[in-house]
Ligand binder design. Structure first.
Ligand code: NAD
Ligand code: UGA
Length: 465
């Protein structure tokens, strides 16, 4: 590793005030009260919400986040749209902007759109006043540090930029705990001082043994690989859930049995309606693109299958609902419980609920949707992105309570594992449903013995009932 002298780090800036930038910087601010941290974003509305007095209006819902914002905001943590000022005064800059899948041009539908990352690099090149450590926090394709390096180190100024890869492994819904007690922190870089500068920040609350230092490319590729492996496990267990439904094997017993083998491990074996979230699909698509780019079509095909199975699982569920409701959903009310891609988050990006609801709408159903954290504007944007007059569309309705969603419904589909769905007395609720009534439990939240068969028909993903 090369050595270089850096000033003491006391001011940090993070570009991107989203699901990663917000919580990540909030935790650093909490754990390092001597550091001054500014989170900047182009989106004024989002920054206003981060600055809002009403803490329930923060743009990201994460258990424990409000408390940290309350503790640090206005002290050593601030939110701003003044990107220039924040870059000028920081010795360390995190890039935590979105890296969506490219929508057009070369690699459309697979490659990452690095436009937002490039734009950050150009801003840093324009405004940074001195030597600066620049950190890739966004998930990016392997070799992106090369692009950032070319943009930053091409000018004739004396400033030196050191680019590190420090991918984020937090999961939504448990972000604060993941950040406070991570499995590991990964820092890729070839300049020892820069790597240590960042490691010393994490080291204030994370054991040194958990801070892994690698070369930049390993760190970049490890992030994509980690998400691909996690998604692969979900697709694998979902294929087995279908076999269980046909054979009478019980999916939970199978997952428990295999998970007790330490070589397999118990995590990420929960079957369900397929994985959602902003990253698994996009990161696997990115891996597929990279594989093809480097002339490895067999590798690309292998990872493509993980996505194929995820789509198949969602379609399979829609088909099961339609078949059980006599092959048509015309003029039938279906209650959807849960729209977020998982519990404990208000995020709906790539939620399995979107594809499943779209299938049901296509079959003529009208949907009454209840989610404790997702507002109806978000739901309608996901389901009817091109419609301006949502209220005129009679096919989707927002339900303020579970009872409103279920009232007069032919079927209920549980798509997110919110705790409040676990203790519902379905024998009572069946009284307000149309007969014959159906309950489709895609998240394994219903106890089999809690249902009176004469009152409501139950389908549970991964079980033959
Ligand atoms: P996000 O969409 O919630 O937030 C990104 C923010 O960046 C947006 O608010 C956007 O306005 C802002 N932005 C874009 N370009 C900008 C620019 N040039 N200047 C200033 N602001 C700009 O995205 P996210 O979920 O926080 O994800 C960010 C990155 O982190 C992605 O690469 C993602 O793959 C990765 N990641 C996400 C998670 C997660 O749980 N969401 C976890 C780990 C890693
Ligand atoms: C995931 C990874 O877990 C994080 O490590 C990573 O940082 C993040 O992606 C990212 O890069 O964005 P996240 O998407 O927030 O985190 O949530 P997960 O808990 O991984 O769940 C993803 C999806 O898989 C959800 O729809 C969830 O319901 C589903 N899932 C998860 C299952 O169906 N079964 C499981 O056993 C686990």
């Amino acid at each position: 590793m090369k050595k270089d002298n850096f000033f003491k780090i006391n001011k940090i800036c993070c570009i991107g005030a989203g699901y990663v930038g917000g919580p990540t910087m909030a935790v650093i601010a909490k754990m390092c009260r001597d550091l001054e941290i500014t989170i900047v974003d182009l989106d004024k509305n989002k920054i206003d919400l981060w600055n809002s007095e009403k803490l329930d209006e923060l743009p990201v819902f994460e258990p424990g986040l409000c408390e940290i914002i309350n503790e640090c905001r206005g002290k050593n943590l601030s939110f701003s749209t003044n990107i220039k000022e924040a870059i000028e005064s920081s010795q360390m800059i995190f890039i935590a902007v979105n890296t969506p899948t490219k929508e057009s041009g070369i690699g459309a539908g697979e490659a990452s759109d690095l436009g937002y990352v490039e734009s950050c690099a150009r801003d840093i090149s324009l405004y940074a006043k001195d030597n600066t450590i620049v950190i890739e926090k966004s998930t990016i394709p392997v070799k992106t540090a090369d692009i950032i390096n070319k943009i930053l180190n091409c000018s004739s100024s004396d400033r030196k930029f050191h680019i590190l890869s420090n991918p984020e492994f937090l999961s939504e819904g448990s972000a604060i705990q993941d950040l406070l007690k991570p499995n590991r922190v990964l820092i890729g870089g070839d300049n020892e001082k820069a790597v240590d500068g960042l490691a010393n920040i994490y080291n204030r609350w994370i054991d040194n043994k958990k801070i892994i230092k690698t070369n930049v490319w390993s760190a970049e590729l490890s992030k994509l690989t980690s998400n691909a492996f996690l998604a692969q496990r979900i697709s694998s267990i979902n294929t087995i859930s279908a076999i269980c439904e046909k054979t009478g094997a019980n999916i939970n017993e199978v997952s428990k049995s295999i998970g007790l083998d330490k070589r397999i491990g118990k995590y990420f074996l929960q079957h369900g309606p397929g994985f959602g979230g902003s990253c698994f699909k996009k990161d696997i698509l990115n891996l597929i693109y990279i594989s093809k780019f480097y002339g490895l079509p067999e590798v690309a095909e292998y990872w493509e299958k993980v996505l194929d199975i995820n789509n198949w699982q969602k379609k399979r569920i829609s088909r099961i609902v339609v078949n059980n409701l006599f092959g048509t959903l015309k003029n039938k009310k279906i209650a959807i419980l849960g729209f977020a891609f998982k519990a404990e988050t208000n995020d709906t990006r790539e939620s399995s609920a979107i594809d499943i609801c779209k299938d049901l709408l296509e079959e003529g159903a009208y949907l009454s949707i209840y989610d404790p954290k997702v507002d109806f504007e978000k739901i309608s944007q996901e389901l009817l992105p091109n419609e301006n007059l949502i209220n005129d569309n009679m096919n989707i309705l927002s339900a303020k309570t579970i009872a409103m969603a279920v009232d007069d419904a032919d079927a209920v589909i549980i798509l997110t594992e919110w705790d409040e769905f676990k203790d519902i007395c379905w024998n009572d609720f069946s009284e307000i449903m149309r007969k014959p009534s159906w309950l489709f439990d895609c998240r394994d939240v219903i106890q089999l013995n809690s249902i009176d068969k004469g009152k409501i028909n139950l389908w549970k993903c991964g079980y033959s009932i």
